[in-house]
Design a protein around this ligand. Structure first.
Ligand code: GLC
Length: 801
């Protein structure tokens, strides 16, 4: 027997030590569900809302209904329940979901309203306990696929793998076996081609999700501590599970519009002259850019909340000058505070007892960039308030956003993090680091985004490397230290898509690759895909080759410029999707099966992605490739570049020269664009509604969202929401505009409606019955472009002559 096999056997042995809940002593109906009693444990089923049930197991003599982590923000609603009893089972019948409580070998069966079995606990081994560890086991159905789980490498479908939830600064190249990484989200979406459901396991301890790796038909979740506390979510459509999950854990509020523009970063740009040179070069090259990030060298010997006065002698002046040129600056802030008695942040933190300590009072220190450092205990509100205030000066100087790095927290030691025995005070509910580790980044981002809200009247922008369930309420995320590998372009699609499924929809990766030297072709292909990434930033490490958009000369610079312009061209559409994400939780980047749920070919399609529900990218991700196979789901697809219609339901070999991103729009849909700008000033510079026709009759509805892009006024109604209904038949095309809200004066007088590929020989256009003069529309290329007063309600008809 080899050592691997011995290890396996040991693991199995160890597993047997778990004691599983078996026969309940009694059950009792309660106003929100059912309580099930065992010798020392109680299981409570709580209907949170239709289709969402919490399963909470705690000690009978100390039953605590508080959510286990700060991820959960929803309160339970009142729902009406019915109960059916027989000897083996109590059936609780609730809206959208029924649960069969098995009384012999305790376990739960989850059914949808049509009595389809969505999920079953593993018979005899459903809920296990072993010296503080807890375990849940579920049956994996034969066709079941698993998505989500936060930031994981590999393909879209995670079945057959096993993953750890333990935020880790992993510098090793991110390959399929690299796990864990910086972000942990203990949520998964299950989909078998028909039925969909999800589980959010509200436990922040180190947790392993075995998705059929050890036993093909068992999904096992094992946490190193804490309680069994999970939320089961049922929905008819896979994408609706994500809506429910983000109802539970919160959604990404609308970010400032500029933060959806192009970001440029490097480890690090300094001194001030170099930042100016960089900014000037963007404007000279006419390559759009909104944001520059300052990495750790702006600080005085890596002391957070300081500037190196030699490199940046007058930050406020510099920030005003850069601001006048349209640049917003984002500063990195790591959690480690240099242990230096002469440093004010260390002093005030120490005097107030704000840093993490061991139980016996010893201060915890660890090495990070500044050398020996201490770590704020962000679980405490007082500490977060203090941390917020430390941001005030920089915000007043003109810093517009913050980048929270190293907040797993990363420490340069063997464990790569803080000692698990360090204590966190957590506002009166203390616990060891092993409980709070995965929450550290979330708490820091919470403090940072609140600092921006407090000291500026603007929407916060925070970028965080570590995150947990619920972090979407506070920060954007990126996938950490990737490499300048072609494989890492490819990796970014399933990674960012699964982050979105896990609620973290404002996500991106280092364009061009962080470690290693990029190349012209690599950077070009990366930008083509990234032009549509929710978060759009070029970043690289210290000492690597330059990889700004112009770094590799022609033809690359021109092509990259074109794709950055394309980003700004599509910004109204991307913003609309962010607006939708803030309301429904549906991410900007979506797997194809979210909208082609009946098409099995999409279930693990990991090299294409949908932006919203109708724009599809199939990037080239190999060197020297000038063609690729593109799978198009049912319907017709409009080639953004040629205007040609491709037939869906099959694959096409598509020619993609270096300057071509295969980019398709579903026929019978629309998207909103504007003319590219060098940077965002306020809202959109102009608006065009593009309509892609289908040959047959069709109709759809969609909307355009607009606000000032920066303030919170939209929360008080200062926004415009225009709904439009488009239909076409043999009589022509009809577009009906309905103003759902007119609350923001954008200064736009007109909107262009662009009918793509209209093959009428001549047209008559009317608006509210009045015939438009031919000055109001033109044919350009193959498109008809009509100018209409912006936000005027009414019906436009286009008739063939
Ligand atoms: C970490 C970050 C990286 C940053 C570097 C220096 O490696 O992941 O993005 O540039 O630290 O701050």
């Amino acid at each position: 027997m080899n050592s691997e096999a011995i290890k396996d056997r040991d693991e199995v042995e160890e597993r047997k030590v778990f004691k599983y809940l078996n026969k309940p002593e009694s059950v009792r109906e309660n106003p929100t569900g059912l309580s099930i009693y065992f010798a020392d444990k109680e299981v409570e089923l709580v209907w949170y809302r239709p289709g969402v049930v919490r399963v909470l197991i705690d000690d009978r003599d100390d039953f605590n209904r508080k959510p286990s982590t700060p991820a959960v923000v929803a309160e339970h609603e009142e729902v009406k329940l019915d109960y059916l009893y027989n000897e083996e089972e109590v059936r609780v019948l609730g809206p959208e979901l029924e649960i069969g409580v098995q009384l012999d070998e305790f376990g739960l069966l989850f059914f949808d309203k049509d009595d389809n079995l969505l999920q079953a606990d593993f018979p005899g081994q459903a809920y296990g306990f072993n010296r503080g560890e807890v375990e849940i086991n579920k049956v994996l159905k034969s066709r079941e696929r698993i998505y989500g789980l936060g930031e994981k490498t590999g393909f879209l479908d995670k079945r057959g793998q096993s993953y750890q939830m333990w935020n880790t600064d992993t510098f090793d190249p991110h390959v399929p076996s690299t796990d864990p990484l910086y972000i942990s989200v203990p949520f998964y979406l299950s989909f078998d081609g028909e039925l969909s459901s999800g589980i959010y396991f509200d436990n922040s301890y180190r947790t392993e999700f075995d998705l059929g790796a050890e036993q093909e038909e068992m999904l096992s979740v094992q946490a190193a501590g804490g309680r069994i506390d999970y939320y089961f979510m049922a929905a008819e459509k896979a994408r609706d599970v994500v809506k429910k999950y983000t109802w539970l854990t919160g959604r990404t509020p609308l970010p400032p519009l500029w933060s959806l523009g192009h970001h440029q970063s490097r480890y690090s740009y300094y001194p001030e002259e170099r930042v100016h040179e960089l900014a000037d070069r963007f404007r000279e090259e006419e390559i759009p850019c909104d944001v520059i990030h300052l990495d750790i060298h702006y600080m005085d010997d890596y002391r957070v909340f300081t500037w190196d006065e030699d490199k940046f002698p007058e930050p406020a002046r510099m920030l005003t000058e850069l601001g006048d040129a349209g640049f917003k600056l984002v500063n990195i802030v790591d959690p480690g505070v240099k242990k230096d008695p002469e440093y004010s942040v260390y002093r005030s933190g120490q005097l107030n007892d704000f840093f993490c300590r061991y139980l016996d009072g010893e201060l915890y220190t660890g090495d990070v960039w500044p050398g020996e450092s201490v770590f704020p205990d962000f679980t405490e509100e007082d500490v977060r308030n203090w941390w917020q205030d430390l941001h005030q000066e920089m915000i007043e100087q003109g810093i517009k956003g913050f980048w929270n790095d190293m907040n797993e927290p990363a420490v340069f030691n063997e464990n790569m993090t803080m000692d698990e025995m360090v204590e966190h005070k957590n506002d009166g509910d203390p616990g060891l680091h092993k409980r709070f580790h995965n929450l550290y980044g979330l708490f820091e981002a919470m403090a940072t985004s609140q600092a921006l809200e407090k000291f500026s009247a603007e929407r916060p922008f925070v970028l965080s490397r570590a995150a947990f369930a619920g972090s979407q309420r506070y920060s954007a995320v990126w996938t950490g230290d990737n490499r300048s590998f072609w494989e890492h372009i490819e990796l970014s699609i399933p990674m960012i898509t699964n982050l979105g499924i896990s609620g973290l929809g404002f996500a991106g990766c280092d364009i061009g690759g962080f470690t290693g030297d990029s190349s012209g072709e690599l950077l070009t292909r990366w930008y083509q895909l990234a032009a549509f990434m929710p978060f759009f930033r070029n970043h690289t490490t210290i000492g690597s080759r330059e990889q700004e958009p112009w770094a590799f000369g022609e033809p690359y610079t021109s092509i990259i410029r074109e794709y950055i312009e394309l980003r700004y061209h599509f910004l109204p559409q991307i913003y609309k999707l962010f607006h939708e994400q803030s309301r429904t939780g549906l991410p900007v980047w979506r797997p194809l099966f979210f909208h082609y749920q009946d098409d099995e070919k999409t279930y693990n399609l990991s090299d294409q992605v949908l932006v919203g529900d109708n724009i599809m990218l199939a990037p080239v991700m190999r060197p020297d490739r000038r063609e690729r196979l593109v799978y198009l789901p049912a319907g017709n697809w409009y080639d953004f570049w040629s205007g040609e219609l491709y037939e869906g339901g099959r694959s096409h070999l598509y020619q993609a020269e270096l300057d071509r991103l295969p980019l398709f729009i579903q026929a019978g849909s629309s998207f909103v664009t504007m003319e590219p700008v060098q940077y965002i000033e306020n809202s959109f510079s102009d608006l065009t509604l593009n309509i892609v026709l289908v040959e047959d009759d069709f109709q759809f509805r969609d909307n355009i969202y607009e606000d000032d892009g920066i303030s919170f006024d939209y929360q008080n109604g200062a926004y415009n929401l225009t709904e439009y209904k488009v239909s076409a038949d043999e009589n022509g095309i009809k577009v009906e505009f309905i103003n759902k809200k007119t609350g923001y004066d954008s200064g736009l007088d007109n909107i262009q409606v662009r009918i793509l590929n209209l093959d009428y020989d001549g047209v008559k256009v009317t608006f509210n019955g009045n015939v438009l003069s031919s000055n109001d529309y033109i044919y350009q290329d193959k498109d008809l472009i009509i100018s209409l007063p912006y936000q005027q309600e009414g019906v436009m008809n286009i008739l063939a002559l």
